[in-house]
Design a binder for this molecule. Structure first.
Ligand SMILES: [Zn+2]
Length: 146
């Protein structure tokens, strides 16, 4: 059964929304895309435009999944500092699970926790500014932002 739909988000660009009520702990989506090095992915997206940056999902081995290449609707998941979904890495694949029950039509969020080599670079940091409205927002999608 189809669980989610992609449409315009009030937070940023497009977002992923629940089509019906979801239970806590439900596996909703796999984050698909080409697995490559962080360096390759950043270089590619610098050529193709800034927007592509947020299609990258970091794996624990330092590589990234590039949702801009062969990705699915999971690439439209927006970041939030208090997300309602979590990402679970299982043998090099990333799955999105709900952290709590989700209402129909609610937008799904994950915490990106991106770590980047060039985190000191202000221009790069600005591209990862967080727009979520959580009271505990740390203003950035980067894992080392605190
Ligand atoms: Zn935030």
């Amino acid at each position: 059964m189809r669980r989610v739909i992609v449409r315009r988000s009030p937070v940023h660009g497009k977002g992923v929304f629940a089509m019906h009520a979801l239970a806590a702990g439900e596996r909703v989506l796999e984050y698909k895309g080409e697995i490559t090095s962080w360096r390759n992915a950043v270089r590619r997206h610098q050529r193709e435009g800034v927007e592509g940056h947020t299609f990258l999902f970091g794996l624990s081995d330092g590589r990234v999944i590039d949702g801009g290449r062969g990705g699915n609707s999971a690439r439209w998941l927006n970041h939030a500092c208090e997300p309602n979904c979590e990402t679970i890495e299982d043998e090099g694949r990333i799955f999105i699970h709900t952290l709590r029950a989700i209402e129909p039509d609610e937008e799904l969020f994950i915490e990106y926790l991106l770590s980047i080599d060039d985190s000191a670079n202000e221009e790069v940091r600005a591209q990862y500014a967080c727009r979520c409205k959580a009271s505990g927002c740390c203003q950035s999608m980067l894992a080392d932002a605190a």
